[in-house]
Design a protein around this ligand. Structure first.
Ligand code: ADP
Length: 651
């Protein structure tokens, strides 16, 4: 698959998409009416208020608006709630495919020429003034801010929580590529959901900026309210791109979705780098332009992972003289493995960033490659990652993914803040997915009932005396699954059951399917993404395996502890920071750990857990209750982020 994708030119791909979008626009004009009729009337007064700036959008808008809405209305039809099922798999091959793509694309440089027909097409469609396109270094939209005539304020969901802290108020814009419950492929989605909500309690004004993917479930699409639109140039494409802003407010957090059907029509957020590089160049630039457009200038812009890593670079170059240019930036690394690497001509073409940022101190990596994350790390005011141990590990060759030198150079602004979990979403006392709800006072009676229900659901032998080992994970090389595969036969002793939930590399999926067949009634391989089932496994299992090769933070061990399930983890990254090893002599600790990446050591840790479970249940139960009582909430971490924001904005 990687090979196939490597052969397509991203520039062509986007043009082709653009073409098809246009076709749709003319084919289905009727759908346009509700979403767009409003803005047309709103932009006209804008032009009167500020003739010079607003004349542009108005001129462009009129013809284009009739066309765009059709495209906008499309997602409603296309939306597939299955979005969550696959993205995790897709993220990995994208990175693995890089080397092949790089050479192919590099060879096809005449991209700028190919862009021209597309640009012309856009011009005829949108009747865009040519003069505007002649200024590539000064993005039009950054300053086009017809704020006065924003549509009516969106309908809010429940009332915002009252801030519970006395530190000064700060405004923060989160920019990232996924966020529960709209779209999630892993831990990033959880963080983008939970941290902003907690920051509201820490006296922060938070806005989360996300792509409006077509895969966002319809029930959320329906709640979004049109906030405005403008046009923006992008890189060397010579075209002007539509940027719509759709808004949804929930629990005091404002979510602004960047709308553009050329980039966000896919069913999943991550497709392949060929598509993703243009998409996230567009997104990063559009997010900043949208802040200017809305005239909402945050104190801090907090961006996440490579998909938003160009934000600090844009901010200090193309946007430095625009209002948003005064914001400070924080870039959080959720997983250093994914960096957004492509050849320099392609990233220059799509980003439009000036030549000087493509040097070895910033975006350039090796001779012909540019690395979006590397650039972001260089330009961000602060870098965080999601645990202390990982912050240290990534400065070493073993975990640094070839950025260790760069990170060591910038270590003065790097720190680790461990993730938490959202207690509203993860609460065994109220969790609607569970067979029986429980809390710390009745966990010992009720957890076994959840175990029996889980065994029944999965077709396992129903016996609460068996030790149920859970594994909930993306099935990729990062997660230590080769260790698990190597020892399954040794842990299947007749008293132990294994439940795997995950999707990912075929190699692992097939191995787990094989084991399900080999150990009927004792091994269950659920090769799927199923949020509710994940909750039931956390509740019904006795232990949860997280033997990762590396783990920036890891959320599954936190979920597990909160549900009274003891984690068995490798001592790396956030796993090391959050799971204290059980000490058989004094009974302290939260779970079972091992250090080196070695199947024998994993087996040993599982055997220690078994011994404790089968021979010392009283002590086991103590650990269950201790884990449930452990504070793994976001409150503490959010305070640390707030301190960081205050450090950056000491006025
Ligand atoms: P990563 O971000 O590397 O995938 P994390 O441990 O940080 O790993 O976060 C994983 C999150 O995704 C957890 O909330 C976990 O419950 C959830 N998850 C992972 N795989 C599945 C799955 N197959 N079905 C449901 N939830 C899953």
């Amino acid at each position: 698959m990687a090979q196939k994708k490597a052969q397509s030119n991203p520039k062509k791909t986007a043009e082709a998409k653009g073409a098809s979008t246009s076709a749709k626009k003319t084919a289905e004009p009727v759908k346009a009416v509700p979403a767009k009729s409003e803005p047309v009337t709103k932009t006209e007064p804008a032009a009167k208020a500020e003739p010079e700036k607003k004349a542009e959008p108005a001129a462009k808008a009129e013809p284009a608006k009739k066309a765009e809405p059709a495209a906008k209305a499309e997602p409603a039809k296309k939306t597939e709630p299955a979005a969550k099922a696959e993205p995790a798999e897709k993220a990995e091959p994208a990175v693995e495919a890089e080397p092949a793509k790089k050479t192919k694309i590099a060879a096809k440089k005449p991209a700028a020429k190919k862009a021209k027909p597309a640009a012309k097409k856009a011009e005829t469609e949108a009747k865009k003034p040519v003069a505007e396109e002649a200024k590539p270094a000064e993005p039009v939209a950054e300053v086009a801010a017809p704020v006065a005539e924003q549509p009516a304020a969106p309908v809010a969901e429940p009332a915002p929580a009252q801030p519970q802290c006395d530190t000064p108020r700060r405004s923060v814009a989160f920019i990232g590529s996924e966020c529960h419950p709209f779209v999630k492929t892993g831990g990033l989605g959880d963080v983008m959901y939970a941290l902003p909500r907690e920051l509201v309690n820490q006296n922060c004004d938070v806005r989360v900026i996300l792509p409006r993917y077509a895969c966002i479930p319809q029930k959320y699409q329906d709640k979004m309210v049109y906030r405005g639109e403008f046009y923006m140039d992008l890189g060397e494409t010579g075209r002007s791109y539509y940027v719509g802003i759709m808004e949804y407010i929930c629990d005091g957090v404002v979510y602004d979705f960047i709308d553009n059907q050329e980039f966000f029509t896919e069913g999943n957020p991550y497709v392949s780098l060929v598509d993703d590089i243009p998409k996230y160049c567009f997104f990063s630039k559009a997010a900043l332009a949208a802040l200017n457009y809305m005239n909402w200038i945050p104190d801090v812009i907090h961006c996440h992972d490579w998909q938003a890593a160009l934000v600090p670079v844009y901010l200090r170059t193309l946007f430095k003289d625009s209002p948003v240019g005064r914001a400070k930036t924080v870039l959080t690394i959720h997983n250093l493995r994914f960096q957004g690497i492509y050849n320099i001509p392609t990233i220059r073409y799509w980003s439009g960033l000036p030549a000087e940022v493509f040097n070895m101190g910033a975006l350039q990596q090796a001779w012909r490659d540019a690395n979006m994350l590397k650039g972001g790390l260089a330009y961000a005011d602060r870098i965080t990652t999601v645990s202390n141990t990982y912050a240290w590990e990534i400065q070493t060759p073993e975990y640094g993914e070839q950025l260790e030198d760069h990170l060591r150079y910038h270590s003065y602004k790097l720190r680790g803040i461990v993730n938490g979990i959202d207690y509203g979403m993860w609460n065994p006392a109220t969790d609607p997915a569970l067979a029986v709800n429980y809390d710390i006072t009745n966990v010992l009676e009720r957890k076994p009932q959840n175990k029996l229900a889980l065994q029944k659901e999965l077709g396992l032998v129903e016996d609460e005396g068996k030790l149920v080992v859970g594994l909930i994970s993306r099935l990729t090389n990062q997660k230590g699954l080769d260790l698990v595969n190597a020892i399954v036969p040794q842990i299947m002793d007749g008293n132990t059951q294994v439940v795997v939930l995950g999707t990912g590399d075929k190699e692992y999926e097939d191995t787990f399917r094989y084991y399900e067949n080999a150990y009927k009634g004792m091994f269950s391989a659920c090769i799927q993404y199923d949020e509710a089932r994940a909750h039931r496994i956390y509740a019904g299992a006795d232990v949860l395996l997280v033997p990762s090769r590396f783990e920036p933070c890891g959320l599954t061990q936190l979920n597990a502890m909160h549900y009274g399930t003891l984690p068995i983890v490798r001592e790396t990254g956030g796993l090391k920071d959050t799971v204290q090893p059980y000490n058989v002599f004094n009974g302290e600790g939260n779970g079972f750990t091992f250090d080196r990446y070695d199947a024998g050591l994993l087996l040993d840790a599982i055997n220690r857990a078994k011994t404790e479970y089968f021979t010392s249940r009283y002590h086991w139960d103590e650990v269950v209750q201790r884990d449930m009582a452990k504070d793994v909430s976001w409150a503490n971490s959010a305070r640390q982020y707030k301190d960081l924001y205050l450090e950056l904005t000491p006025w």
